[in-house]
Design a protein around this ligand. Structure first.
Ligand code: SF4
Length: 486
C-alpha cells in the first residue's frame, strides 16, 4: 500500500481504522470537533523560524513534488519547506528541512501546546524514509506552540514556538518503523473485514471516526453511553463482557451512574429534591442577573497581552429580573479589533456592584472576568466585585437535586434545558439561524471581518439571537426550579 504520514499515524493508532478508511469509507462519521486550531496558519508562520526558505508547492502529482525537492537539494545550504520524499511506497513531506553542508535537520510543526506521542511516530516515519534514501539526518525535532508566550508588539517567533529535539527517539525507532510498515501492508491486503478489539486506542490520541460503526451492535444503552466513568474503565468493562445496562447494575458503580442507568432502563419519573433546591434558591437575591459570554481562541495571539489559545470574550448576553420584570442587555464587538476593553467597559456599566449574578458553569465566566480585571486596572475593582458575586445555576443539576432521564447523566445546559422543557420550539437551538452552538459562534465571529456588510449584519443578528437564548435558557431553568419548589 502507498503510505503517507497521516495514513501511517492512523494505522499506529489502529490498523482497522486505516482498513475501514480504505474499504468502507462510507461508514466514517464526521466528528464535528471544535475547530480551534489554525494548523495551516501555524505551519506557515513556523516556516519563517529559520529565516529564508524555499517552499515546494503542493501538487496532486506527488512525483512532481519529489522532483522539485531533488532540484533544490543541489544547493549547498538551504531551508526547504514541504520537501518531499518517497522510499519503497512510503511518501512524506517534511514541514521544514534544513540542509547544512553535509547533513540534514528535519522539523515537524504542530499547532498543539504539547508534544504528543503520535507526533514522535510521525517524525520517526519521516526519519525512516530519509535515512533509507541515504540522507544523513543528524537532528529531528518537533516544533509546537509555547502556551506561555504573551504577545507584546510584533510576534516573536522564537518565543511563540518551542522546539523539542527527538533525535534519539527517532533513531531508536528505526527498526520498529520497518516492522510496522510490513505489518500494515499485510493487514491492508486482507479483503475480509478484520476483527479488532475496542480499547483506549479508539479515543486516544484521537476519537476514531468509525467508533459508531464498530459499536453498532451494542444498541443505544451501553457502557459507552454512560457518563461519569473514565474511558479506561469503560473499555475494561466492555472487554470483560460487561456493557449492557442490566449487567452494569450487578457490579459496584457509583450512585450517580446507577441513577442514570435505572432512570433510562425503567423510564423513571424526574427526581426532585425540593429542600435542596429551595436552599439553593434562598441564597439568590434580587435584582438577579443571568450572564453568558461567548469567546474565541486563536493558536497565534492576535492582540497585545494575549497568549495562544486564550479565551477572548467578544460577546455577552445579560438577562435580569428587577421588580418582577425580565429585562435584557447585550454586547457584541465589531470584528477585527481587540474586543476586550469595550466589552469590559460595557459589562461594568450593565452590571451594578453587589448584585447577584448567575452563570451556568461559572468557572468559565469567572475566568474571563478575572482575566479582564488583571488587564484593566481601572475596572478591576468593579469586575472583581461581579466576580465574587457570581453563583452557579449548574449546581442543582450537577449535584442531582434535579434529575431527569433525558439528561442522560449530563448537566450541560444543552441537555438540561430540553429535559426541563421538552418540545418547546422557542428554546430549541436547532431553530436558530446560522449559529447554533458555541463553536459556530466562535468560528463565525473569527471570520466575520471577511464578509461584506450585509452578510456581517445577518451574522451579527444570529450571534445576538444565539447568545440571548443562552441566558434566556438560564432564566427558564431558574423559573422551573421556582415552580417545582412553590
Ligand atoms: S473504533 Fe476502535 S477498533 Fe474500530 S476502527 Fe476505530 S479505533 Fe479501531
Amino acid at each position: 500500500m502507498y503510505l503517507s504520514k497521516s495514513k501511517y499515524c492512523n494505522a499506529v493508532q489502529c490498523k482497522k481504522m486505516l482498513w475501514l478508511n480504505e474499504y468502507k469509507p462510507e461508514e466514517k462519521e464526521s466528528l464535528n470537533e471544535s475547530v480551534l486550531e489554525n494548523g495551516t496558519q501555524v505551519g506557515e508562520l513556523a516556516k519563517n523560524l529559520f529565516g529564508f526558505h524555499i517552499d515546494v508547492s503542493f501538487n496532486e502529482n506527488l512525483k512532481q513534488m519529489i522532483e522539485d525537492t531533488k532540484s533544490l537539494l543541489y544547493l549547498d545550504k538551504v531551508v526547504i519547506t514541504e520537501a518531499s520524499f518517497e522510499y519503497d511506497n512510503n511518501f512524506c513531506s517534511v514541514d521544514i528541512l534544513k540542509k547544512n553542508k553535509s547533513d540534514f535537520e528535519i522539523y515537524e510543526v504542530k499547532s498543539s501546546t504539547e508534544v504528543k506521542d503520535i507526533y514522535k511516530e510521525d517524525i520517526s516515519y519521516q526519519y525512516y524514509i530519509l535515512n533509507n534514501l541515504g540522507y544523513n539526518v543528524t537532528k529531528a525535532s518537533i516544533v509546537y506552540i509555547n502556551s506561555q508566550y504573551e504577545r507584546n508588539g510584533e510576534l516573536n517567533l522564537k518565543e511563540l514556538f518551542n522546539i523539542e529535539d527527538v533525535t534519539e527517539y527517532v533513531k531508536e525507532k528505526l527498526e520498529n518503523i520497518k516492522l510496522n510498515i510490513k505489518e500494515i501492508n499485510n493487514y491492508m491486503n486482507q479483503k475480509r473485514e478484520p476483527d479488532e478489539l475496542l480499547g483506549i486506542h479508539c479515543v486516544k490520541p484521537y476519537n476514531c471516526p468509525f467508533f459508531k460503526y464498530c459499536t453498532k451492535g451494542l444498541g443505544n444503552q451501553n457502557v459507552f453511553t454512560l457518563k461519569g466513568i473514565n474511558n479506561n474503565k469503560k473499555f475494561e468493562l466492555y472487554n470483560k463482557g460487561i456493557f449492557e445496562y442490566e449487567e452494569l447494575l450487578k457490579i459496584k458503580i457509583s450512585d450517580k451512574i446507577k441513577q442514570q442507568i435505572e432512570f433510562e432502563l425503567y423510564d423513571e419519573e424526574d427526581y426532585i429534591d425540593k429542600t435542596k433546591i429551595k436552599e439553593f434558591l434562598d441564597k439568590l437575591t434580587y435584582p438577579l442577573y443571568f450572564l453568558d459570554f461567548e469567546t474565541f481562541q486563536m493558536s497565534i495571539p492576535l492582540y497585545d497581552k494575549t497568549r495562544p489559545y486564550m479565551q477572548i470574550p467578544f460577546q455577552y448576553s445579560l438577562h435580569y429580573i428587577i421588580n418582577d420584570e425580565l429585562k435584557h442587555k447585550e454586547f457584541l464587538s465589531e470584528p477585527d479589533i481587540d474586543p476586550r476593553r469595550k466589552l469590559a467597559e460595557s459589562l461594568v456599566k450593565d452590571i451594578p456592584k453587589d448584585v447577584c449574578v448567575l452563570a451556568y458553569n461559572m468557572a468559565f465566566e469567572k475566568m474571563v472576568i478575572k482575566e479582564l480585571a488583571i488587564l484593566y486596572e481601572d475596572l478591576s475593582d468593579h469586575l472583581m466585585n461581579i466576580y465574587k458575586n457570581i453563583k452557579d445555576l449548574m449546581i442543582p443539576f450537577k449535584d442531582r437535586y434535579y434529575y431527569s432521564k433525558n439528561m442522560h447523566g449530563i448537566y450541560s445546559i444543552k441537555y438540561v434545558l430540553p429535559a426541563l422543557y421538552p418540545n418547546d420550539p422557542s428554546l430549541d437551538y436547532k431553530n436558530l439561524d446560522l449559529v447554533h452552538n458555541g463553536s459556530e459562534a466562535m468560528n463565525m465571529f473569527a471570520n466575520m471581518c471577511n464578509l461584506d456588510k450585509d452578510k456581517q449584519k445577518e451574522l451579527k443578528n444570529s450571534l445576538l439571537k444565539y447568545c440571548e437564548l443562552d441566558t434566556y435558557a438560564m432564566v427558564k431553568i431558574f423559573y422551573k426550579l421556582k415552580e417545582v419548589t412553590s
